[in-house]
Design a protein around this ligand. Structure first.
Ligand SMILES: Cc1cc2nc3c(=O)[nH]c(=O)nc-3n(C[C@H](O)[C@H](O)[C@H](O)COP(=O)(O)OP(=O)(O)OC[C@H]3O[C@@H](n4cnc5c(N)ncnc54)[C@H](O)[C@@H]3O)c2cc1C
Length: 434
């Protein structure tokens, strides 16, 4: 039997952040399981990227991984330009609107998901208190009175060899069940742990598919995150790959039928449509990667906590990517859960940390669920506002956007929201914590 305090299912960006946050704030021992190995970084920009806000950057700084991420490939942006294809509305945000936060030189960062995951993974691997169980599936989990027991499917021979070569902390004795006091599901939108919890979920198809790809723009990206609201949905150009100043990752959310049509176009014709859709603001667009499509669904678990099991990140909630907030929300779940568990450990004897205190876990779940609901509601409002295309409404929308663009207090509030600069943040996300 291998005993741990916490079993984290899913070593994605959120699960790994939780592992490091727990080690930073407590002495808890961690097992982290993932069906996949560490991601392989390639020389080309990867298509899956995330807009990382200031709150998330601060979490990474406080976990001492930001310098590794920054040494890889990160692209800062100082401006955002948002416009309405059907109307006259536009919104411009700039780092100069952030007078109250002079320490911020950027509005945020666009970073390849694998760059973040790799930096977190390397840091976690170097920590004696974190054991990895990778490239195998958990088969079942049984909850007892004081512990839970998890067992793996039979490992495949060559997969274990890979794991064992990577690091001596990586256990390949996966026939042996794991024992933990608490299990955390950070295993993404189709969470296995959520199913084991038999947790009900509210879900709604956004009726959008997102096409992601990498493009070059002849006029450069000008350190700006661009987003145009088209009649069928938003198209974002996010600056990536700091070696060049002309490379962007696109996220094109549109109806499933339109997504199918667009992905079936030749690369040249697809790029021509992108140039037209963006009104030539970034010049002529050239497609330089394959196109990948993701169906978009809103999901919200009915509860984030049940007995000895907790859900965080996409396992607990998924939102529309139009404001690039999904992983930012998940990283705050991780920071907040680490804080909750560290309070529990410090109020108990070190040998018997009461990390399953239901009162504290329920308070964590209420806080994080209300934050997720706020975000889901905001995404819905933005999506609905831009899906009405009658001329009277588009005119009103344009006037509304222009008013907002010129009304400093409301604009400032919007920027603060986007940067994740809220008054109530977990300690790890608060600036200047060291
Ligand atoms: C097109 C698109 C664009 C996006 N852009 C942004 C953006 O700009 N900014 C932003 O903040 N968010 C963005 N998001 C959302 C963001 O990608 C997700 O919120 C984020 O990846 C969730 O991280 P996670 O670690 O919770 O889950 P995941 O990234 O899904 O990681 C889950 C991990 O669990 C593992 N796993 C799965 N099943 C099991 C199992 N049974 N056992 C063990 N391990 C398992 C997986 O291998 C994986 O490593 C976007 C999403 C989409 C679809």
């Amino acid at each position: 039997m291998q005993k741990f305090d916490v079993l984290i299912v899913g070593a994605g960006m959120v699960g790994l952040t939780l592992a490091l946050a727990l080690r930073k704030t407590s002495n808890l021992t961690i097992a982290i399981a993932d069906t996949l190995p560490k991601s392989r970084l390639i020389d080309e920009p990867e298509v899956r990227v995330s807009a990382i806000n200031v709150a998330s950057q601060t979490i990474f700084e406080n976990l001492d991984v930001w310098s590794t991420i920054a040494a890889q490939r990160t692209q800062a942006y100082q401006h955002m330009h948002i416009w309405d294809k059907a109307g006259i509305g536009k919104l411009d945000f700039s780092v100069s609107d952030l007078n109250d936060f002079p320490q911020n030189e950027h509005l945020g960062w666009i970073i390849e998901n694998n760059v973040i995951r790799n930096a977190l993974w390397d840091k976690a691997q170097a920590d004696e208190g974190i054991s990895f169980f990778t490239e195998n599936k958990l088969a079942n989990i049984a909850v007892g009175d004081s512990e839970l027991f998890a067992s793996f499917e039979m490992p495949l021979a060559n997969e274990n060899v890979t794991s064992a070569h990577v690091n001596s902390h990586i256990s390949n004795s996966m026939q042996t069940p794991l024992i933990a006091k608490l299990a955390v599901g950070a295993d993404g939108a189709n969470s296995w742990l959520r199913k084991q919890m038999d947790m009900a979920m509210i879900s709604r198809d956004y009726d959008h598919h997102a096409i992601v790809a990498t493009v070059k723009c002849s006029q450069g990206h000008k350190n700006t995150a661009w987003q145009v609201f088209l009649p069928n949905g938003p198209l974002a150009f996010l600056p990536v790959f700091p070696k060049n100043n002309d490379t962007c990752s696109i996220v094109y959310s549109t109806s499933p039928e339109e997504a199918k049509r667009l992905t079936e176009l030749s690369p040249t014709d697809f790029a021509k449509e992108l140039t037209a859709a963006s009104d030539g603001k970034l010049g002529t667009i050239e497609l330089i990667s394959n196109r990948f499509t993701y169906p978009l669904t809103m999901r919200l678990a009915q509860d984030f906590v049940k007995d000895r099991m907790v859900l965080i990140g996409d396992a607990a909630h998924t939102i529309h990517p139009l404001a690039g907030q999904g992983v930012n929300l998940g990283l705050l779940d991780a920071a907040s859960l680490a804080q909750t568990l560290s309070v529990s450990t410090s109020s108990q004897s070190e040998n018997d940390p009461n990390i399953t205190d239901q009162k504290r876990l329920k308070a964590f779940a209420r806080y994080r669920k209300s934050e997720a609901i706020e975000m889901i509601t905001a995404m819905e409002a933005i999506k609905q506002t831009f899906s009405i295309n009658q001329s009277g409404f588009t005119l009103l929308r344009g006037i509304g956007m222009s008013l907002l663009d010129n009304f400093k207090p409301a604009k400032k509030r919007l920027i603060e929201q986007a940067l994740g600069l809220k008054s109530e943040l977990p300690e790890l996300a608060q600036q200047k914590l060291k």
